[in-house]
Design a protein around this ligand. Structure first.
Ligand SMILES: Nc1ncnc2c1ncn2[C@@H]1O[C@H](COP(=O)(O)OP(=O)(O)O)[C@@H](O)[C@H]1O
Ligand SMILES: [Mg+2]
Length: 342
């Protein structure tokens, strides 16, 4: 994977300098920023520019149960739990002379935080099921989070001592909407990349670029990259353009479904059903994915069902449920009308 920060803004040149500075030392680095701003790339660049000879090892701390996390991080010995058929080195061990990148560190449980802190303080690794303590040699630690760790420290879900251990060099990446001057450069970069990848010559028309520059990009550069990719895959900017403009006009959801659901509450004390929020978010995500696949296969529903790995019938149901417009170009295929009538 080629790592390069594309864009020209004062914020980005500052980040470039911080990366260079961090690469020259072994200090721990805390990278913060919303999802999709480029935390991953920054961590990789720090490693690459550091001339460390070992590997760059990534571990994602979100949603991993403690037991698994501990054995992944520190390793385990044979027979220490069901399924532990042989000794296994942990990630910390594998990152010797390299860098360990702990992503979404704000999600770590308090127990794992305590284990991590012990490692950071004493450089000790204890494999699960072993009574021997090894010393980890030379591992560089970079962590990232999209959470506000200061707030987490205040509400006691993140250890203060760990926070200070990690926050030696802090690199904070601003959201894309605060450095909009980068959008045209990024669009140009991604359009070249995807045109080359898919053997296309698709353009982003100036009016779409203008809409892009105005849009809020809650998903930051990742969302922008996906938008450009869809334009190339679909061979036209129209659907993406319409979506962005609708979002700009607030005609459709202006942010993640969860945010919308919260904003739509009549008063602050009204109950919020997390289940409903999750259901709605899942439906929104499905809708976008289904629409994209259908457009890609020119509404050949049998093909779309195969690509989406659901049954034909389930797809028809979802099309109706998601309120997708039926493009009934294929006259022979009237199952969907049948389905809707039944
Ligand atoms: N400055 C940039 N130039 C080019 N691509 C970028 C830049 N910042 C982020 N990206 C791309 O955007 C996507 C999201 O970046 P990533 O580092 O995974 O974000 P995060 O880890 O903050 O969620 C990746 O595909 C990445 O390559
Ligand atoms: Mg990431």
């Amino acid at each position: 994977m080629k790592n390069k920060l594309v864009g020209a803004s004062p914020a980005l040149s500052e980040i470039e300098q911080e990366i260079d500075c961090a690469a020259r030392s072994d200090a721990k680095v805390l990278v913060t920023g919303e999802s999709g701003v480029g935390k991953d790339i920054v961590a990789r660049l720090i490693h690459q520019r550091s001339r460390r000879t070992g590997s760059f090892v990534t571990i994602n701390c979100a949603g991993v149960p403690d037991s698994l996390m501990e054995s992944e991080l520190f390793g385990h010995v044979r027979g220490s739990f069901t399924g532990a058929y042989r000794d296994k080195r942990g990630w910390l061990d594998q990152a010797q002379d390299g860098t360990i990148f702990m992503d979404e560190v704000g999600e770590m449980s308090l127990r794992m935080q305590a284990l991590l802190l012990r490692f950071l303080e004493n450089g000790e690794i204890q494999r699960v099921g072993s009574d021997r303590v090894q010393t980890a040699g030379n591992v560089r630690v970079v962590v990232a989070t999209n959470r506000n760790l200061v707030e987490r420290v205040a509400d006691k879900t993140f250890r203060e001592d760990l926070y200070y251990r990690l926050n030696v060099v802090a690199i904070s990446i601003p959201p894309l909407r605060e450095r909009r001057e980068e959008i045209p450069v990024l669009v140009d970069h991604f359009i070249r990349k995807f045109n080359a990848q898919y053997g296309r010559t698709v353009d982003v028309p100036p009016e779409t670029l203008r809409a892009f520059v105005e849009y809020q990009w809650p998903g930051n550069i990742r969302e922008l990259e996906n938008a450009v990719k869809r334009i190339v895959v679909l061979g036209s900017a129209r659907p993406v353009h319409i979506e962005i403009v609708n979002n700009l006009n607030g005609a459709r959801t202006a942010g993640p479904a969860s945010v919308v659901a919260l904003e739509a509450r009549p008063n602050a004390d009204a109950p919020i059903s997390l289940k409903d929020i999750a259901r709605q978010a899942a439906r929104d995500a499905e809708r976008v994915a289904i629409k994209e696949v259908l457009d890609r296969v020119h509404w050949n529903r049998a093909k779309a069902a195969r690509l989406l790995q659901i049954s034909y019938k389930a797809l028809l149901y979802k099309i109706v449920q998601c309120g997708l417009v039926v493009h009934d170009t294929d006259k022979k295929d009237d199952k969907i009308t049948e389905f809707m009538a039944s």
